[in-house]
Design a protein around this ligand. Structure first.
Ligand code: GLV
Length: 328
């Protein structure tokens, strides 16, 4: 049987390319060019599979122009770069990379929370700029983490990891809001209490966003929601750009509607709203929450194993639209 052709859309670990090359004719992109949609379509001609990161948009127009394509394997747990409905309608399998990044991403969420609440980035910039000439009683005074109220919006696997860190490690009171309430055993394990979105916004000292992006979560945190938060509160977004209205957030930070924010994701990234760059009370990182080498390797291997499992045996590991799989 002839080998399937696959495209790896961005640079990735050489050992993952080598593994894929045992099964497929592989076209890779180790120079890591970021292709336009038209360039991606051109590269996908005659390819049955594609290894994507969260950056490549797979939609109806692309699928119509790439009739050979059967599977798109995302090296990310989030998949808002996929138009899943269009993929299902075209009979194209979508897979993502869940679980392997949960604890690493929860670690980062907590790190960003701590850096934000304790004003680490602002303080470091001050020191590097040679402005530290004396001690003062309120210099970079931030807010406490231990014993405070941790709010989590979106209580999937990563949200639960953050809840456990807060409750068990820092004695935080954990409240959460989610589309559906967790079962009692999981709530007990996370020591987390389900509340309405209004109570979450009004009661959290630190609010961490970990919900998936969709049309219904677009601007879930905008001016009205920010106005409901405590003036002393911090907001952390490790979910997706677009969940927060970045312009409204920059204004709230400037006006001290809330105390500070930590953002790993941005609307229209890698561009960052210029107003956010102009306010001091925000910690900004370039979408790196899952970025440890072991975790990124595990994510890449899972995407590769999805391509191998599906294209060689019809058995993907983590399908998003299993309804396109042939019935046994
Ligand atoms: C990262 O943002 C991911 O979705 O894996």
């Amino acid at each position: 049987m002839s080998k399937s052709n696959i495209l790896i859309a961005r640079a990735v670990f050489p050992e993952v390319i080598a593994k894929l090359a045992q099964h497929f004719d592989v076209d890779s992109n180790q120079t890591d060019q970021v292709w336009t949609p038209a360039q991606l379509i051109a590269k996908l001609q005659g390819k049955q599979g594609v290894f994507t990161t969260g950056s490549e948009r797979i939609d109806g127009a692309l699928l119509a122009a790439c009739p050979a394509l059967k599977v798109c394997a995302n090296m990310a747990v989030g998949y808002n770069n996929f138009d899943l409905e269009a993929m299902t309608a075209a009979g194209v399998l979508a897979t993502n990379a869940p679980d392997v990044l949960t604890e690493t991403t929860a670690d980062f969420g907590f790190a960003l929370l701590m850096a934000t609440a304790r004003r680490m980035a602002e303080a470091e910039h001050f020191l590097r700029a040679g402005q530290w000439s004396k001690w003062s009683y309120d210099m970079f005074a931030g807010s406490d983490i231990h014993g405070s109220t941790l709010g989590i919006l979106g209580m999937g696997r990563i949200g639960q990891g953050i809840a456990r860190r807060g409750a068990l490690g820092f004695g935080m009171k954990v409240i959460y809001h989610n589309r559906s309430r967790l079962d009692a055993a999981t709530e007990a394990e996370c020591q987390a209490r389900y509340v309405s979105k209004e109570e979450l916004l009004g009661s959290a000292d630190h609010l961490v966003l970990v919900l998936p992006y969709s049309a219904s979560s677009h601007h879930a945190i905008g001016a009205a929601e920010l106005a409901q938060m405590k003036p002393s509160a911090t907001l952390i977004n490790i979910a997706r750009g677009g969940i927060v209205d970045d312009a409204a957030l920059a204004l709230a930070l400037r006006n001290k509607t809330i105390a500070a924010a930590g953002l790993d994701v941005f609307e229209g990234e890698p561009k960052v709203h210029p107003d956010l760059l102009g306010v001091p009370n925000v910690v900004l990182t370039p979408h790196i929450a899952s970025a440890t080498l072991p975790t990124r390797l595990a994510m890449a291997n899972l995407a590769a194993d999805n391509l191998i499992g599906f294209l060689t045996q019809g058995k993907p590991l983590t399908p998003l639209n299993p309804e396109v799989l042939p019935k046994p």
